[in-house]
Design a protein around this ligand. Structure first.
Ligand code: SF4
Length: 347
């Protein structure tokens, strides 16, 4: 009896997982969604922080998908456990620091545990054969099913017809004829299906479902590990890598300089954790200093801060330096010229 079967769908907030869940729901299966919060998620982060980025609605896309589908969504924090996936991926990284194959195995594995605990029958993902990232190659799909422990209880409705039959198909919980054979990188079949279901205004993730596929982000994460002499991170570290320009003028410290007002306000929330600098009598962003800095370093940081304030063309600018103990002082510095800001400082 199809009506009695229950499936848990991995919901990223993107279109594919939304369609996959919908295809199975339409066969009378009870579907609930699961969304894993790793800290690297793209959805709603930089976009929510930036004040001027108003072209898209500020929303949690996974919740939006759940609302569109009319399903319950379980958002699960996996920040700590996910570190091992990022730091020591058995299958290595993709083009950047994205451990996609390990990541997918991990997420399906967590969904499988959840499925067993909650007495559900199978797992749904929005994977499509031949689509990026690398976890979606035809030869890696069995790896995810095997290593996650989900085995034949993992159904990929968007490309199921190109894959061996899974348990839900064999048992008649879903009809294989009504599943799909999407293949490759073209998004047209997904867009056509979305139109058929009447979905509009869905998220269009560029390049991947998390920041680890982003080259610039990966450079900043490598720099973080190198500067600290160990491969580790806290949630604040990886959130801050999403915000502002990161300049490393000297090996032992870097500056985080917001690019606009929303980012500046976001960084204000970190004032107690970092030494920070800000032009005193001119408009200018708050600049966080991450690392250790002696007097000479602080003066250089103040000169860079002055460069990014409205008084950048003045001979001297007053910059307030506040340390983590709350002690503040003002220094008068000449703004660093653009020529003196070396390209290699920019991460
Ligand atoms: S893009 Fe990120 S979230 Fe998506 S599979 Fe790869 S590592 Fe995982």
């Amino acid at each position: 009896m199809t009506q009695n079967r229950k499936a848990v769908a991995l919901i990223s907030g993107g279109l594919d997982s939304m369609l996959a869940a919908k295809v199975v729901m339409d066969q009378g299966v009870h579907v609930e969604g699961i969304n894993f919060f790793t800290g690297f998620c793209v959805e709603g982060h930089t976009h929510a922080i930036r004040k001027h980025d108003t072209s898209k609605p500020k929303r949690n896309n996974a919740l939006w998908v759940a609302e569109q589908l009319g399903i319950k969504l379980h958002i699960i924090d996996v920040i700590e456990e996910y570190k091992q996936v990022v730091l020591n991926p058995k299958h290595g990284y993709g083009a950047n620091l994205n451990p996609c194959l390990d990541c997918k195995g991990f997420m399906v594995g967590k969904a499988h545990e959840w499925m067993q605990r909650h007495d559900f029958d199978f797992i749904i993902t929005g994977e499509v054969v031949g689509q990026r990232p690398m976890s979606q190659r035809r030869d890696t799909m069995p790896v995810v099913a095997r290593e996650s422990g989900a085995g034949e209880r993992l159904l990929r409705p968007l490309c199921a017809k190109l894959l061996p039959e899974t348990l839900p198909e064999q048992e008649g919980w879903v009809q294989r004829e009504q599943l799909l054979r999407f293949n490759g990188r073209s998004r047209k079949p997904q867009m056509a299906l979305a139109a058929q279901f009447g979905f509009v205004d869905y998220a269009q993730p560029a390049g991947g479902c998390c920041f680890l596929t982003n080259e610039q982000y990966s450079v900043k994460l490598s720099d973080l590990w190198q500067s600290r002499g160990k491969r580790d991170y806290e949630l604040d570290d990886i959130m801050l890598l999403k915000v502002g320009r990161h300049l490393r003028p000297r090996p032992h410290f870097k500056l985080i300089i917001p690019r606009e007002e929303g980012e500046s306000r976001y960084l204000e929330g970190y004032r107690r954790q970092f030494t920070y600098l800000q032009a005193f009598d001119q408009n200018g962003p708050i600049v966080l200093l991450d690392g250790t800095a002696d007097e000479d370093d602080l003066l250089l940081a103040a000169r860079i801060t002055a460069r990014y304030c409205q008084g950048r063309d003045a001979a001297e600018v007053s910059v307030r330096i506040t340390t983590t103990d709350g002690a503040a002082r003002i220094v008068e510095v000449a703004p660093l010229s653009t020529d003196d800001i070396h390209g290699e400082w920019l991460l």
